[in-house]
Design a protein around this ligand. Structure first.
Ligand code: ADP
Ligand code: MG
Length: 606
């Protein structure tokens, strides 16, 4: 085949493919244009899951009559003039591609009237061919009508997902922007039915209530933080409100929705060890940075951004989330005589009358109290799932709980327990105020050691010196990782020096690992680290500590004396997060009296 220059029609279809992938991309681009135009009221109409019609009407500034044709031309924009501007972008659009792209893969009708014009203008584009603008009567603002998307790109049409999926995507998108722009009134109608509506009164929690329901909106924890030029606002779910995937975690950077795996990882890390494995928080967070700190021109669909100083941003976001989360943290609940932990069947029962929660700050001194109610962090989901695991047939929590009990119902710490004994040399059985508790001795000990070591961070942990230093060689990748972490290692009791390529001299290991040979001890630190992408030093340290603890903790199969069992229980009770091991698995299962009674047929199933 000889080399040929593509016809402009094909070339523009190819270019359009990068921006307009599906109906939701049309909605996104048009919504962004309306927001850039300063609209206060945006109405979206969808038919045929967006393939037959997407229409967006706004009351923004409109397009002057003599710029109508330019608006639909490729690389024509009013938002950017030169390359320097790319680092000062304050608008959502800037590439001048959306209308041109849409016009080349659909029938596009653009109607617009600026405030000072007596009449509006209308322009039609069909398969990339631009008609001539004609005057029409129109309200101030802009209406963009997109019909028969991909009518001339059958291949693309085949790739569209099921209509339901497309509709859901459009719903999600409108929801996201509605939350991001609470001062704008949004209305989305899909197939004639109103599916998203907000008032535009500026209250984000109200928008949340309109979109997710009052109960969820009430429970969400507000994040407000400003720290060296990084502002983080928004809402995150308490640990009791989780999802089975991370899709409900939405991130905005400078008003732009972004997909950034590392940034969402930073948020997830803030929940580290507080959620069950496989559970994710919900949240919507708005990160505001000076424009020159972010490069938004990474991706044609503008869904990705690049940060100039990513680590600083991630750490800032994580701190903001962690602080908000801990400000609503569980209450040490001691001496409560009749604590009541409802099972899935009786989650709406009354709170214990003697519980008087007070939020105790436990995370550093810098502390900006997040506003928004006194909702303590709860772990009822953990409990529910722990019990569900034992109780076949009970929903394991893949679906979000719909009937959450009042958020202040439950103590999140563990009650005082009376030891019964060891079971199967792996579990401790204990009696509590409401039934039986089975405690995984390994997971529980991991938690105890982990909190102890974390509390020591900064001070020198006890270490055990070898009589003569031992040299250890590691594979190159592990060696590199370890070398980066050497200064941190000292805090938790290692004395290690580099000793030639990939070789280390180990003088001492933490007391906790004293029985172990030096090579093994070092490997504990770096095993599985390769796949670990966390950019945060504190997080890396926590992970290494968790690894050490995993190694050092008593194992299943280990016989514990009565006093050892007693000590483990007491230590666990003293933990901040006694219900999960540092990797997020439950340390205990609760079998309530109620459950036992039902199992023994003393009480009918409800
Ligand atoms: P971009 O948004 O990147 O500038 P678009 O192709 O989306 O590129 O839009 C081209 C131009 O058309 C915009 O720069 C803007 O001047 C104008 N425009 C598009 N939509 C609207 C709207 N809803 N209201 C006012 N002007 C608009
Ligand atoms: Mg645009």
């Amino acid at each position: 085949m000889t080399i040929r220059i593509l016809s402009s029609e094909v070339a523009s279809q190819i270019a359009a493919g990068e921006v307009i992938e599906r109906p939701a991309s049309v909605v996104k681009e048009l919504l962004e244009n309306s927001l850039d135009a300063g609209a206060h009221h945006i109405t979206i109409t969808i038919e045929g899951a967006g393939q037959r019609l997407v229409e967006i009407a706004d009351d923004g500034q409109g397009i002057p009559a003599d710029e109508m044709e330019l608006a639909v031309a490729r690389h024509a924009t009013s938002k950017l003039q030169n390359a320097q501007d790319l680092f000062q972008i304050a608008t959502l659009g800037f590439r001048g591609e959306a209308l041109a792209s849409i016009g080349s893969v659909a029938y596009l009708t653009l109607t617009s009237r600026p405030m000072d014009a007596p009449l509006g203008m209308r322009l039609r584009v069909e398969g990339g061919l631009v008609g001539s603008p004609e005057p029409v009567g129109a309200p101030v603002g802009t209406v963009v009508r997109v019909e028969d998307l991909f009518y001339n790109v059958p291949a693309r049409r085949k790739f569209l997902k099921h209509e339901m999926t497309e509709r859901r995507q459009i719903d999600a998108l409108a929801t996201q922007y509605a939350l991001a722009y609470p001062h704008v009134r949004f209305e989305l109608r899909q197939e004639g039915k109103l599916s998203v509506q907000t008032s535009g009164n500026g209250e984000r929690r109200e928008v949340m209530a309109a979109l997710y329901g009052v109960e969820i909106a009430r429970q969400m924890i507000e994040v407000i933080s400003r720290e060296d030029q990084i502002q983080v606002t928004g809402f995150i779910s308490p640990t009791s409100l989780t999802r089975s995937n991370r899709r409900e975690l939405k991130l905005f950077v400078n008003g732009r929705p972004v997909q950034d795996a590392a940034l969402s990882a930073a948020v997830l890390q803030a929940y580290h060890t507080l959620l069950m494995v496989g559970r994710y928080p919900m949240g919507i967070l708005f990160v505001e940075l000076p424009t020159e700190e972010v490069d938004v021109n990474v991706h044609p669909a503008k869904a990705e951004v690049r940060f100039r100083d990513a680590n600083r941003i991630f750490a800032g976001v994580q701190r903001a989330v962690r602080r908000a989360l801990l400000a609503h943290s569980p209450v040490p609940h001691l001496g409560g005589a009749q604590l009541h932990w409802p099972e899935s069947g009786d989650r709406l029962s009354k709170p214990p009358t003697n519980s008087t929660p007070t939020n105790l700050p436990r995370w550093g001194a810098a502390w900006d109290m997040a506003a928004g109610g006194d909702v303590p962090v709860l772990e009822q989901d953990l409990r529910r799932e722990a019990v569900a695991g034992e109780n076949a047939g009970v929903e394991t929590g893949a679906q979000p709980p719909t009937n959450l009990p009042p958020a202040n119902l439950l103590p999140a710490r563990m009650p005082l327990l009376r030891l019964v004994g060891q079971v199967a040399t792996a579990y401790l059985a204990a009696e509590g105020p409401d039934g039986l508790y089975l405690i995984d001795q390994h997971a529980a000990h991991e938690r105890v050691l982990f909190e102890r070591m974390m509390a020591q961070a900064g001070t020198q942990a006890a270490s055990q010196a070898y009589l003569s230093p031992v040299t250890v060689e590691l594979p190159p990748a592990s060696a590199r990782l370890l070398a980066e972490q050497l200064p941190a290692l000292e805090h938790f009791g290692f004395q290690v020096e580099t000793f030639g390529p990939n070789t280390f001299l180990v003088r001492a290991v933490p007391q906790l690992l004293s029985g172990m040979d030096a090579g093994q001890a070092l490997k504990v630190l770096v095993e599985d680290f390769e796949e670990d992408e966390t950019p945060l030093q504190a997080e890396r340290e926590a992970k290494m500590i968790a690894r050490v603890c995993k190694r050092a903790a008593v194992k299943a199969g280990q016989v514990l004396s009565q006093s050892e069992q007693q000590a483990l229980l007491a230590d666990l009770e003293a933990c901040d997060s006694p219900r999960t091991c540092p990797h997020g698995r439950p340390t205990m299962i609760h079998l309530s009296v109620d459950l036992l009674e039902r199992q023994f047929g003393r009480r009918g199933a409800r």
